[in-house]
Design a protein around this ligand. Structure first.
Ligand code: CP3
Length: 352
């Protein structure tokens, strides 16, 4: 493997000193980019794009062609695992993901098989291998998965949801059944992320998008406990380097200490958390990633710059900060505003 030319992101994850704060964006390859929309049209639809190795590689690199980012993230989706489990994933325009066969009963969950990434999701590891080759050491590559709880919400609901009525009903009325589902998903996620690491992912992020919808006690029992199993089950060292793990629970600001206790290397913060307070609570144990509200990117350049500066100031001096948005960038954002954002991080962060 070629030498890494820009290792700011890896250094910051290990809380080592850097010349300036590294930056990337959740959903950096996506619909706000006209060149992404063109390639997706060429592929036909989103899942065909994920399954086409060359095109998935091409869209992964698109944001790096436009902006000076310090990391690439594999172009794929968290719902590849339930799709490989046979649930029949499809996307209806404007409505988000759906499953033809949601899991609702004990029989449905009994019938689920833990995935074998090598045979079921080779298109993902093939993309990782090709992206690493094409990156040629430019920046590190992030692999990812959904958390078991987040995947379970989609599998039980059969689609996106506002209140998680079905998933929470299962959690409170048949907790052992929910645990059985989460156990199968954890084993699948471990296999999936380890396969991405072996194929060349240098960092992995676990997206616990819906952990914040749980009660205090339910978060510990139904989401964090399974992320803990995953952290414990991951390959910790590969190709001569540690493999850092980032946990991102959206709405997880109350639980940062517990998340840091898992032994992960970094926590992703959404915009509801004050980064200075977060640093005071866990900054001596983990790096922090975040946390500008993606909606700021709709504002004028001057506002974007001042918001970037205030987050940098909030984190203050010292290492262990990776700049990011508090959640994924939305399709309506003007790509020129992303340039303002990335440039602002470069411009203001050297002094911290
Ligand atoms: O960050 C990146 O650039 C890497 C690619 C990536 C995608 N999805 C591409 C994508 C990543 C890391 C994800 C994660 C993902 N997928 C999450 C967790 C992250 C989060 O946002 O909290 C979730 C919940 C999903 C499930 C999912 N996939 C949803 C809800 C949707 C619909 C989104 C919408 O706004 O319509 C998707 C589709 C999807 N995944 C798109 C992209 C670029 C848009 C599909 C398209 O091109 O039409």
């Amino acid at each position: 493997m070629s030498e890494l030319k820009n290792d700011r992101f890896l250094k910051a994850l290990m809380r080592r000193p850097v010349d300036r704060t590294p930056v990337w964006m959740m959903r950096q390859a996506g619909r706000y980019l006209p060149e992404y929309r063109a390639v997706r049209a060429q592929a036909g639809d989103f899942m065909s794009l994920c399954k086409n190795t060359e095109l998935a590689c091409e869209v992964t690199l698109q944001p790096l062609e436009r902006y000076e980012m310090d990391a690439a993230i594999l172009f794929s989706d968290i719902l590849t695992i339930p799709d490989a489990m046979g649930l029949g994933l499809y996307f209806e325009t404007g409505e988000g993901p759906k499953f033809r066969k949601p899991v609702r009963t004990e029989a449905d969950i009994d019938a689920l098989e833990v995935i074998d990434t090598a045979s079921d999701l080779a298109y993902v590891t093939d993309a990782v291998t090709m992206i690493r080759r094409e990156l040629n050491g430019r920046v590190p590559l992030i692999g990812f998965s959904g958390s078991p709880w987040t995947l379970a919400t989609y599998m039980v609901e059969g689609q996106s949801s506002r209140d998680f009525a079905r998933a929470k009903t299962m959690l409170y009325t048949q907790p052992e059944l929910m645990h059985q589902l989460l156990e199968k998903l954890s084993l699948s996620v471990i296999d999936y992320l380890n396969a991405q690491i072996r194929a060349g992912a240098q960092v992995v992020q676990i997206f616990d998008t819906w952990g914040g919808a749980l009660s205090h006690a339910a978060y510990a029992e139904f989401s964090l406990a399974y992320m803990q199993k995953i952290v414990d089950g991951l390959i910790s060292h590969h190709d001569g380097r540690d493999v850092p793990v980032i946990l991102f629970t959206k709405g997880g600001g109350l639980w940062l200490e517990k998340m840091a206790d898992t032994g992960c290397h970094a926590l992703g913060l959404d915009w509801s958390t004050d980064i200075a307070a977060a640093k005071g609570r866990v900054g001596d144990r983990v790096a922090l990633q975040g946390n500008m509200d993606p909606a700021v990117l709709r504002a004028d350049p001057a506002v974007i710059e001042s918001q970037v500066e205030s987050i940098l100031k909030g984190f203050g001096a010292g290492s262990g900060h990776i700049f990011n948005l508090g959640h994924g960038i939305t399709p309506d954002i003007n790509p020129d505003h992303v340039k303002v954002f990335i440039d602002a991080v470069h411009k203001f962060s050297a002094k911290y």
